[in-house]
Design a protein around this ligand. Sequence first.
Ligand SMILES: *[C@@H]1O[C@H](CO)[C@@H](O)[C@H](O)[C@H]1NC(C)=O
Length: 375
Amino acid sequence: MDLWNRVKFVSKALLRSKLLLVAFLIVMNLGLLFVLHVYPASSLINSAAYELGLSKHGPFHNQVSDDPSRYTYMGLLTLPTSDDDVYFNATRLLVYRLIHHPETKSQYPVHILVMKGVDEWKIDRLRKDGANIIMVDRVRTEDLVDEGQSITPGSNRYEYMFTKLSVFEQTQFDKVCILDSDLLIRKNIDDIFQTPYRYTSPEALDTNRLPLFQKPDDDDDEDYQFIDNFELYGSSKEEFYPYLIAASDDRNPGHPTPPEPSDTFNAGLMLVHPSKLHLHRIKMIARYPYMYEYARMMEQSLLNLAYNAYGWFPWTRIDFSYNGVWITDEDLPYIRAAHGKFWEHDNQLFPSVLAAEWSQAFGEMTAFYNYESEN
Ligand SMILES: *[C@@H]1O[C@H](CO)[C@@H](O)[C@H](O)[C@H]1NC(C)=O
């Protein structure tokens, strides 16, 4: 039972894709029978979901409610990867902008996922700032990928980025807008929560456009495609609906305004419907990093495969103004949340006015809390 399909003659795939898919399904089902009958204990699913088979409401349930009193913003604070924890300051500013700043404050609450091990004084400070704290276990890359799988060595900063996937566990919420700490909120973005769930499945997989990958142990350099295997997940496809993962197009420096639609989204700001069933699926996919760029961009690479536009669970495109990556001068008037390390004053990667905006915003926050504590 695999999560992929070998692709031959991709250029001729137009003619063959349907045949291949049917053949694949037959082979997959034969394989399933074999595994079930001969090696019942070798299931890849280490839970009761396997025994429950396709029955509803297994341990990885996907609930369907959509109640605005269960909407929230969510940030993430991980352990600092250096003494100079500027991300803590940035997280505070994010909270301030969502809770207090008149032009940007939200009608929805703010929760921060705090990784276990973060200093107690930082947690206290975030609480005083008005954030609700949710403690989460740290998730490292090696916790999710299969043993012996190689990954692209990323920067230290990325070490704990898979912890962000804990958002899918927060099923006390129906919609969560999860934000990276290096987002500067410039205008109110509450209307993001109006983005609807996806209730229905695409009619078919677009196998001609599904992303391709190679397997490191394959001498023939064949191309493969990731294909969902619902038997492996222990749940039918229908149980995964409705779902929601909405984000803005990823883009490059010097892009036009508005940016062109992209196959991939930027994971720095996402609107997500938390679901243990979806997390279960994501973790299955995560085991094989060669399917998703060897985790080059961590959770962003993983989620872009799991929710790619041509599979069973396409991501939902939202306006570029929600997440301003690689901001140009021309973008600037439209951007509601600017994405970058604007505290780096000598950084040439963004219009310098944003560095000024960031320090002004941070100064205003400091003044606000000083004033508050004096009264
Ligand atoms: C974080 O903000 C405090 C002021 O609240 C400042 O003293 C400190 O230098 C800042 N840290 C960094 C790494 O910029």
